[in-house]
Design a protein around this ligand. Structure first.
Ligand SMILES: *[C@@H]1O[C@H](CO)[C@@H](O)[C@H](O)[C@H]1NC(C)=O
Ligand SMILES: *[C@@H]1O[C@H](CO)[C@@H](O)[C@H](O)[C@H]1NC(C)=O
Ligand SMILES: *[C@@H]1O[C@H](CO)[C@@H](O)[C@H](O)[C@H]1NC(C)=O
Ligand SMILES: *[C@@H]1O[C@H](CO)[C@@H](O)[C@H](O)[C@H]1NC(C)=O
Ligand SMILES: *[C@@H]1O[C@H](CO)[C@@H](O)[C@H](O)[C@H]1NC(C)=O
Ligand SMILES: *[C@@H]1O[C@H](CO)[C@@H](O)[C@H](O)[C@H]1NC(C)=O
Ligand SMILES: *[C@@H]1O[C@H](CO)[C@@H](O)[C@H](O)[C@H]1NC(C)=O
Ligand SMILES: *[C@@H]1O[C@H](CO)[C@@H](O)[C@H](O)[C@H]1NC(C)=O
Ligand SMILES: *[C@@H]1O[C@H](CO)[C@@H](O)[C@H](O)[C@H]1NC(C)=O
Ligand SMILES: *[C@@H]1O[C@H](CO)[C@@H](O)[C@H](O)[C@H]1NC(C)=O
Ligand SMILES: *[C@@H]1O[C@H](CO)[C@@H](O)[C@H](O)[C@H]1NC(C)=O
Length: 810
């Protein structure tokens, strides 16, 4: 970035703005207007506002028709349509849908845009190979940070469509989202342009300060970025107010969902926010928080009015224009403090320079990175709960940051609220918290955990696994439904909506991009949007033609449960495929996938036994989802001399098939090898064989060398994955025995037969090379051919492959 030089070369001029817009000043500065003498701009957060309730009632009529169309298409192939018919026979039975669009910088803006486009019947292809119409059936659209950039763009451009934006997308032509140049260097090499832009921003700030309202870098942030969202408006909508939305036809006719964007209030002097910092909702009518330390909502239109317990300190006088769209966007995407805390000398220098450039003598102010709401709309309010921190109602100012800074980067809180009666939440996850900058599910985990804290004590959120399990189970690699069964959530405060999780996954584009990348070419933007479309639709349904119907099932689920209606068998199947079943990483230990075998060969041992060896290459990413444990395999094959065999460390893992549960006994056998075979042991040719029934192979002439097959008795036949049952530790020969987990039945054989009984191998033991290479690792799978013949090796492989697909390894 050439920001430094640009900044230092900037000379500030004072430009007076004459913008045509909606603020009383037609510019960025708020102004005092007349209002009713008895106005109170605050209400207690004891339910939805009347405005919202009335509006939603209007929206319900619109979504009902749209959902009927969508669900009819989604379930067209179902054998039984009685569920659909029952739901639409009564308007109160119609499901309510919400979308929660995550943050994650511009990359989230475009990923969210692509996913929402997939649900929008105005998008090319969305009604053929997408979820077209679902957006028209959506009641709430919540967003955080980069997601707010997306939602603000479409909402404040008269609810335009992503398709419309795509149709005019270009570089350096002033179209919406033309961010070929970063907002921090808007002119690129054209420093005159940059200077002019910064002068415009600077004079906007001066006007606001001159009107008596403190400014900060959050204002700068909002103003600088909005040029790219509202390019057709004077100076990027310099005088555009948030509450203007109330007057638009699309809103009044309830043709769009109800927008909710989130900020977090930070205690003055604190360095950051956490779960207990109040979450602030910014909606078409209101600004406020449900949480204990505020528990009030202010009329958004009158933000900036100096009030005491909601009543203007000057009766009959209110402020308007404080709710500037640019400022509200700047607030909800204000991660400047967060960037500052990353402690990068580079970014800190930029922040210092921006502060010097734009904030004049407040450039060193402690609040310079925070969105300053002064006067504080909640001043002297009494709705907060006793025992909570009173700062937010006593301080003269309220300080806000991006709603995702506490780690909850998907805006679940508002759409999971019991009061909003949502049945299904589509969570679009564009966060980049895994090492490879794809999502790792952490936002779900944080919001899940928050419900057990003070701030979340009125909320409910479905069960999710821990972050590590999330990744290891591959739940971040394809759509997953959480909270599928209301009956399993009776311990929560109330039954939360079904959560349809749609993570950013690379389909046609490497969509794992840093949150801090601030410039994208039109091509990159289109790539991200297209990829988002594909990620929301299982690759336009190519990965699963049933996915459309499955989304329909998720939408209908809560009402179906509530009304006790018949659950279609297609939905049953969908839920088997897409619902998280409660398992965690503990349950997938020792599972692996052999989805991509590259060669199969048959080996005949010196005993004349045949083994099939399948050599498979899996990449190291897939490896990371397997738990490897080292065990020791020792030889005993034709070991007349009973030489203590060398200990060879192998890494073993077991792929477990569903049939397991039906069997009682599982066992692993260690097969030995002679001296010459020891050499071969690097290729693991004779390592292990397993089946449900003990498959024992022991040496003949070596009484003192015992081959042990450890049989583990499964204590449960009900499908539950009990760890202990999956533990196979075995050792043979004269050396190590590592049977610490065997519960019983170490069968010692004194060499009767080479192979004893064999049955369908529903447990497949895989012995792998230690996956030390960065690129790939080979491992071999040895299946006792006798067993394989019984079941058909292909079938076996198919089950394992299916498992691999489920856990996302293929
Ligand atoms: C999926 O559909 C979108 C929207 O119609 C389209 O842009 C994209 O090219 C499609 N992807 C594939 C792989 O067909
Ligand atoms: C907003 O969109 C609606 C429907 O698309 C259209 O009829 C109306 O003219 C638009 N209004 C403005 C101000 O662009
Ligand atoms: C600065 O504002 C003026 C109008 O006030 C506008 O014409 C001009 O395009 C703006 N310049 C930049 C670079 O944004
Ligand atoms: C500096 O701050 C003071 C009050 O804090 C204010 O009166 C003055 O106008 C400011 N100066 C500039 C150049 O902004
Ligand atoms: C994106 O993902 C690919 C594949 O996992 C990885 O190779 C690449 O390093 C990732 N990019 C970033 C920026 O992490
Ligand atoms: C079912 O509820 C239990 C807690 O009662 C929870 O541990 C488990 O994860 C839930 N299962 C699912 C699939 O949500
Ligand atoms: C299987 O391996 C081949 C060759 O390494 C590779 O091209 C192909 O994409 C792999 N297929 C799967 C499903 O991993
Ligand atoms: C594994 O390899 C065998 C033989 O080469 C082949 O028949 C089979 O289809 C392959 N299986 C998979 C899952 O690639
Ligand atoms: C092992 O394979 C060889 C050659 O394929 C065959 O001749 C022999 O009969 C097989 N042995 C057994 C025990 O199946
Ligand atoms: C995985 O397999 C290894 C070796 O067979 C065993 O030691 C370990 O206990 C197993 N882990 C689980 C969780 O079953
Ligand atoms: C077991 O091994 C012995 C000696 O190696 C051999 O004679 C015998 O045929 C083998 N038994 C079977 C069932 O393969």
């Amino acid at each position: 970035m050439k920001l430094n030089s640009v900044l230092f070369s900037t000379a500030l001029l004072s430009v007076s703005n004459v913008a045509q817009a909606w603020s009383p000043t037609n510019g960025y500065a708020p102004a005092t207007v007349d209002c009713a003498d008895d106005i109170n701009i605050i209400r207690a957060a004891d339910g939805l506002s009347e405005s919202e309730s009335n509006w939603v009632a209007k929206r319900d009529a619109v979504t009902q028709a749209a959902l009927k169309t969508f669900l009819t298409r989604a379930t067209a192939k179902f054998t039984d349509n009685s569920l659909l018919n029952s739901l639409f026979s009564e308007s109160s039975n119609v499901p309510r849908v919400a979308i929660a669009a995550s943050g994650g910088g511009y990359s989230a803006t475009f990923g969210d845009a692509g996913m929402v486009a997939a649900m929008d019947d105005r998008t090319d292809g969305a009604n053929e190979h997408g979820l077209g119409g679902l957006l028209q059936g959506t009641t709430y659209l919540a967003a955080i940070s980069g997601g707010s950039w997306f939602t603000s763009t479409v909402v404040f451009n008269n609810w335009t469509s992503v398709q419309d934006i795509i149709n005019q997308m270009g570089d350096n032509d002033g179209s919406i989202w033309d961010i070929e140049q970063s907002a921090l260097t808007p002119g690129g090499s054209d420093t005159a342009f940059t200077n002019q832009r910064f002068e415009n921003i600077s004079s906007a700030l001066s006007e606001k300060s001159a009107a008596g309202f403190p400014t900060s870098l959050a204002d700068v942030w909002g103003l600088a970025f909005s040029y790219y969202f509202f390019p057709s408006l004077p100076e990027g909508g310099i005088g555009y107010t948030w509450s203007t939305i109330q007057d638009t036809d699309v809103f009044q006719n309830a043709e769009m969902p109800y927008l909710i964007q989130l900020g977090k209030a930070q205690i003055p002097g604190a360095v950051s926010v956490d779960f207990n910092s109040p979450t602030i909702e910014v909606t078409p009518y209101e600004f406020g928080s449900w949480e204990p330390s505020i528990k009030s909502f202010a009329e958004i239109k009158f933000l900036g009015t100096e009030v005491s317990n909601g009543i203007p300190t000057t009766p009959g006088k209110c402020v308007e224009g404080f709710d500037n769209v640019n400022f509200m966007i700047g607030t909800c995407t204000n991660l400047i403090e967060y960037v500052e805390q990353a402690n990068s000398a580079y970014y800190n220098a930029i922040i210092d320079q921006l502060a010097t450039l734009f904030l004049g003598n407040s450039s060193k102010s402690a609040d310079r990175t925070l969105a300053i709401y002064s006067p504080n709309p909640f001043k002297d309010t009494t709705n907060y709960e006793s025992g909570s921190d009173t700062t937010f109602v006593t301080d003269d100012k309220l300080l806000l940051v991006d709603g995702g800074i506490d780690g909850q980067v998907i805006p679940f809180i508002p759409v999971m609220k019991q009061e909003r009666e949502v049945d299904v939440v589509f969570a679009l996850d564009q966060t980049a918290d895994a090492d490879d900058k794809f999502p790792n599910g952490d936002s779900l985990v944080y919001t899940y955990e928050r419900q057990f804290t003070e701030a979340g004590k009125y909320d409910a959120f479905p069960y999710v696994p821990d972050i590590e399990s999330f990744v290891e189970l591959g739940l971040n690699k394809k759509p997953v439904f959480f909270g599928c069964d209301a009956s399993n959530m009776t311990n929560l405060r109330y039954v939360p909506p079904v959560l349809v999780y749609l993570p950013n996954v690379a389909y046609s584009y490497a969509s794992n991009i840093s949150t801090l990348q601030l410039s994208f070419t039109a091509e990159e933007r289109l790539d991200l949007i297209r990829n988002g479309f594909e990620a929301a639709t299982m690759g336009n349904f190519t990965q699963d033609p049933e996915f459309l119907g499955c989304v329909g099932c998720a939408v209908m689920r809560r009402k179906q449960e509530k009304l006790g209606l018949e659950w279609p068998e297609e939905c049953q199947q969908c839920f088997t495929n897409y619902c998280w079943d409660g398992s965690t990483k503990a349950d997938i230990k020792n599972t692996t996938s052999i989805a991509n075998n590259t060669s199969t060969s048959t080996t005949t041992t010196t005993d004349g036994l045949n083994y099939t060896t399948i050599l498979t290459t899996i990449d190291s990413d897939a490896m990371s989802t397997i738990h490897f444990e080292t065990s020791t395999t020792i030889t005993c094959h034709e070991c007349e001399e009973a030489t203590p065999a060398p200990s060879i460390a192998y890494v073993t893992s077991t792929a477990e098939c569903e049939e397991n549960a039906d069997w009682d006994v599982r066992a692993i056998t260690t097969i030995s090898c002679g001296d010459e075979e020891r050499i071969q042991s690097n290729t693991h040719k004779y390592t292990t064989v397993s089946s449900l029934i003990t498959t024992t192979e022991v040496c003949t002439e070596c009484a003192e060398v015992e081959a042990q097959a450890t049989a583990v008795t499964s204590g449960n036949a009900n499908g539950d994955n009990n760890n202990d049952n999956d533990k196979y530790t075995y050792g043979t020969g004269s050396k190590t025995s590592t049977n610490e987990h065997t519960e019983e039945a170490v069968s010692k054989s004194d060499a009767q037969s080479n192979v004893s009984s064999v049955t369908i191998p529903t447990v497949l033991q895989v012995t792998t090379d230690i996956p030390s290479q960065a690129g790939s690792s080979q491992y071999s799978v040895i299946v006792n051919e006798n067993a394989a013949n019984n079941m058909g090796i292909q079938h076996l492989l198919a089950s394992v492959v299916a498992l691999g697909l489920f856990i996302g390894l293929s």
